[in-house]
Design a binder for this molecule. Structure first.
Ligand SMILES: Nc1ncnc2c1ncn2[C@@H]1O[C@H](COP(=O)(O)OP(=O)(O)OP(=O)(O)O)[C@@H](O)[C@H]1O
Ligand SMILES: [Mg+2]
Length: 324
């Protein structure tokens, strides 16, 4: 059995269309005037212990909704979820002991308490022993440098400082699984690096399973071997980042030439002029770069050329913008 098992999972939201004024308000109680949003549709997912999975997709694809169902905050409309053998919604408390969560947009620390006190509370809630607590705080401090603001109330922290605390808080009880929903949103490069180092360390050294939702391509490249791509609530890809790039990226060759290039060859998808140079977009499964260049050089006078490797950023952006 996998640590996380999801089968035929659906989440529908009802959005009531309410008329104007008080009559509209009253009518909304009796009429069935609503739209339905399929936030997550027929999702199957299996995640093994120790995996680090990137969960990506465009705005509104259903990523946060999935995380909310996995953590037990939302009840699925239908389908099955088991997290370490537990139904997260029905056994929310039991599930909570097994997991850590960071929602990049929200804080789960106590706003008015100094960081130190917030952590002491978490220690009690999660029943972490004194010995473990001391050791973990020291270890977290090394990477996240929490002691710089240990005695500040949470509300006075900068965004980067707050996120470092949130991360540490999510991992404090060494949960089996940590869900990170946009943990690097709005952060500068240096803090992002620190947070990524920390996530990697926790995953590698403590074998903590991590589900990471992000729009940051750097997070995905740095951390995730496996990615799951969601599009309008449906899973459209589940595999390695490399495979995705190979599967979905057309390659490009850039030619410097005065000639008018016309290529009626199988595998050539597009020929266009960009900044005075000719870009040939081709499908590398149908024609190799060397075969294509041979054809080009036989017919045309080319002064220089460049073969562009597939670019992960482009692929992910393409998925975000267009789906697959
Ligand atoms: N509480 C809610 N009530 C009604 N509709 C909702 C609710 N929560 C989410 N939705 C809708 O469900 C869909 C999925 O939303 P979700 O927040 O899961 O997307 P997401 O992939 O996390 O997007 P983003 O990248 O913007 O964070 C969207 O169409 C959203 O408007
Ligand atoms: Mg979201």
């Amino acid at each position: 059995m996998s640590l996380i098992e999801v089968e035929n999972l659906d989440k529908k939201f009802k959005i009531y269309r309410r008329g104007e004024g008080i009559t509209g308000y009253l009518k909304s109680f009796v009429s069935r005037d609503y739209d339905e949003v399929n936030a997550v549709e027929d999702l199957d997912l299996e995640i093994e212990k120790g995996n680090m999975v990137g969960y990506i997709g465009a705005n509104g694809a259903g990523k946060s909704t999935t995380v909310k169902m996995l953590t037990g905050i939302l009840e699925p409309t239908s389908g099955r979820i088991e997290v370490d053998g537990i139904n997260p919604h029905r056994e929310r408390k039991k599930n909570a002991m097994n997991i850590g969560v960071v929602f990049g947009q929200k804080t789960q620390l106590w706003w008015d308490l100094p960081v130190r006190e917030s952590f002491k509370l978490l220690k009690e809630i999660y029943e972490v022993s004194d010995e473990d607590y001391e050791a973990r705080i020291d270890e977290f401090d090394e990477v996240l440098q929490l002691s710089d603001f240990w005695d500040q109330p949470v509300r006075k922290l900068s965004l980067g400082q707050k996120m470092r605390c949130e991360l540490a808080a999510a991992f404090l009880h060494h949960p089996k699984i940590v869900y990170l929903d946009e943990p690097t949103i709005g952060l500068d490069v240096a803090v992002k690096e620190r947070i990524r180092d920390f996530i990697r360390k926790m995953n590698e050294e403590k074998n903590i399973t991590v589900i990471l939702t992000t729009h940051d391509i750097g997070d995905i490249e740095d951390l995730c071997e496996r990615i799951v791509v969601l599009d309008e609530g449906r899973k459209i890809y589940d595999g390695t980042l490399n495979e995705l790039v190979n599967k979905f990226t057309s390659r490009r060759i850039i030619l410097e030439t005065e000639d008018v290039i016309e290529l009626e060859i199988e595998g050539v998808e597009e020929v266009e002029k960009v900044n005075g140079k000719i870009e040939v977009i081709f499908d590398s499964e149908k024609i190799s770069a060397s075969e294509l260049m041979k054809e080009v050089l036989e017919k045309y006078d080319v002064s220089d050329f460049q073969i562009k490797e597939p670019d992960i950023e482009m692929v992910v952006k393409k998925i975000y913008n267009e789906g697959i």
